[in-house]
Design a protein around this ligand. Structure first.
Ligand code: PBG
Length: 357
């Protein structure tokens, strides 16, 4: 039987509009001219649908032991590895621009199979947290919780005797790491390892040890992305060091082609106790951000990762695009997609540009 008109997709849409008394959008040229509202700078600004401020940005930093260290990171022009003292100087300018949150990644010279450096109470991250909180009590110090910079093989979890990632054996180590950061005064911990069940275990340990109110930001949907390349140079955390160790993170980070899997991961982490869920990378995964926001109505972070940073920096260095415009446009896109907060190495520069508008 042929479809009646109101059974076609368009007919269905029109009858739904009639029922809800919504007028169809039937303006047409020349009665309607969309350019009218774009003709004046004030109108453009009045009707701007997406805005963000420096206080919605989180600036990542790499820290290592030592004094007076400020090493350039080749693949991330404008980013450095700091020692705790030089980081404090850097934070003066971050805070002056209005960015109020930072995410710390630690580097260690003593890596081992068990990632002991990851939970040392006197390790680089606890030291840095104490120094930052002492000088900048109002800044929020967020810490990365992951083993990859502390394991000799560079994986985010421990390996078993067969060289496979041992999910369940990694959980207590991650929990100890989160606890060490909490005890040093971190304002939020952020697990990025993608082991199953880590949010639950970390939440339990923190609750038991007196940190019921410490929030967790989960890298809930973290893809196995080529855009992490520059980060691995920065953090000395490339996977697959030594023999009998997988050469990539495909067994724990998600396949870039998958959308439903991301939604399952996010749902699980919310259930396990995450306070903020993250989609990473951000710029190449705007659809996932949008869907996560619409589906869960939950605090959502986007991580504008190292490779996304490096692409813009490299093109700008060559004079192929305007850095300021490209950065502000790309960050706007991540907020427009649904992120409430964005982690970005552009945070300090972007704040400066936003403030001078
Ligand atoms: C650690 C971690 C990575 C990033 C954040 N935490 C790297 C990785 O998974 O290999 C990447 C961040 C970036 O590229 O900016 N697991």
């Amino acid at each position: 039987m042929p479809l009646r008109n109101d059974e076609t997709a368009l007919g269905h849409h029109q009858s739904a509009m009639k029922k809800n008394k919504i007028k169809p959008f039937d303006f047409q040229f020349p009665d309607y001219r969309p350019r009218r509202i774009r003709s004046h700078a004030v109108l453009r600004s009045l009707l701007c649908e997406t805005r963000f401020a420096p206080e919605q940005l989180i600036m990542p930093y790499f820290v290592r032991a030592g004094h007076g260290v400020k090493e350039s990171i080749t693949a991330m022009p404008g980013q450095f590895r700091f020692s705790p003292d030089t980081l404090l100087t850097e934070l003066d300018s971050l805070a002056a621009g209005g960015v109020r949150a930072l995410l710390l990644f630690g580097l260690t010279d003593s890596k081992d199979k068990k990632a002991r450096g990851a939970y040392a109470k006197t390790g680089i991250i606890p030291q840095t947290i104490r120094a930052v909180k002492k000088k900048f009590p109002k800044l929020a110090v967020i810490t990365d919780v992951c083993l990859c910079a502390y394991t000799s093989h560079g994986h985010c979890g421990l390996l078993n005797g067969r060289g496979e990632i041992d999910n369940d054996a990694s959980l207590p180590v991650l929990a100890k790491m989160a606890l060490a950061h909490a005890e040093a005064g971190a304002d939020m911990v952020s697990p990025s390892d993608m082991m199953d069940g880590r949010i639950k275990v970390i939440r339990q340990v923190l609750d038991r040890r007196g940190f019921k109110s410490l929030p967790l930001m989960s890298y809930a949907a973290k893809y196995n992305s080529a855009f992490y390349g520059p980060f691995r140079e920065a953090a000395h955390s490339a996977p697959g060091q030594g023999k009998n160790s997988p050469k990539d993170r495909k067994s724990y980070q998600m396949e870039p082609a998958n959308r439903e899997e991301a939604l399952r991961e996010i749902a699980l982490d919310i259930r396990e106790g995450a306070d903020i869920v993250m989609v990473k990378p951000a710029l190449a995964y705007l659809d996932i951000l949008r869907e996560a926001k619409e589906r869960f109505h939950f605090p959502l972070a986007g991580y504008f990762v190292s490779g996304e940073y490096a692409m813009i920096k490299a093109a700008a260095e060559k004079g192929w695009l305007d850095e300021k415009q490209a950065v502000l446009e790309a960050l706007t896109a991540v907020f427009r997609a649904g992120a409430d907060t964005v982690i970005t190495y552009h945070a300090k520069a972007a704040a400066c540009w936003l403030n001078s508008r």
